[in-house]
Design a protein around this ligand. Structure first.
Ligand SMILES: [Zn+2]
Length: 206
């Protein structure tokens, strides 16, 4: 689904007879293709197929920005990195989950038992064209990614109920902090919330 010139919500991350609402987004920027989040494991081939359908080559994917490292966001990052040699970026606080320095919520820990993470880089302080906004709460190092008129919100918010709400409480480390983060990012100037769970929603409707 094309959201704007050079910005797509990938259908591969949507239903196709499987659990819907684990969205990832593709941007064609000055450097090539950037993927924001990677959806649930097992959807990597579909993501690559869709990149081809859009007229690009898998090798055009030069980086992945992860909003955080929960399984429904990092799920295909290693597979895509192996296929395309892209770089994968996370915040330093999220990297601590991957190295084991920080513990995940018990209900999330089990699915990471045999998980082999991709090789990651930490977000640099400044990124051309993008703004990485710390939005902790759902996880300790969650970030939102602002690009042009889109706020790629990860799990900072959800629009599943038709309005912009906070993340699922039972999967969130610190709900109070998560709501503070949501309030903080809502003050930025952008046109569309682009969440992982739920469809993009006009910011001005808030
Ligand atoms: Zn999620």
């Amino acid at each position: 689904m094309k959201l704007a010139e050079n910005i797509w919500l990938l259908e591969a991350s949507r239903a196709k007879g499987r659990a819907p609402g684990f969205h990832c987004y593709l941007v064609r920027d000055n450097q090539g293709l950037t993927l924001i989040d990677t959806s649930l494991p097992g959807r990597g081939e579909d993501i690559l197929a869709e990149i081809r359908e859009l007229g690009f080559l898998p090798e055009d994917l030069h980086r992945i920005f992860l909003t955080h490292t929960d399984m429904d966001h990092i799920g295909n990052a290693r597979m895509l990195q192996e296929q395309t040699s892209c770089q994968v970026y996370v915040s330093a606080e999220e990297n601590a989950y991957l190295t084991g320095e920080r513990a995940r919520l018990p209900q999330k820990a089990e699915m990471f038992r045999d998980f082999v993470p991709p090789k990651v880089e930490i977000y640099p302080e400044k990124l051309e064209e993008y703004q990485v906004i710390p939005a902790p709460g759902h996880t300790a190092g969650h970030v939102c990614i602002l690009y042009q008129d889109c706020l790629f919100a990860g799990d900072c918010c959800s629009t599943e109920s038709g309005s912009v709400t906070g993340p699922r409480a039972d999967m969130t480390e610190d709900m109070e902090k998560a709501i503070q983060s949501l309030q903080k990012v809502s003050l930025y100037s952008f046109g569309s919330w682009c969440p992982c769970h739920g469809m993009p929603k006009n910011h001005r409707e808030l």
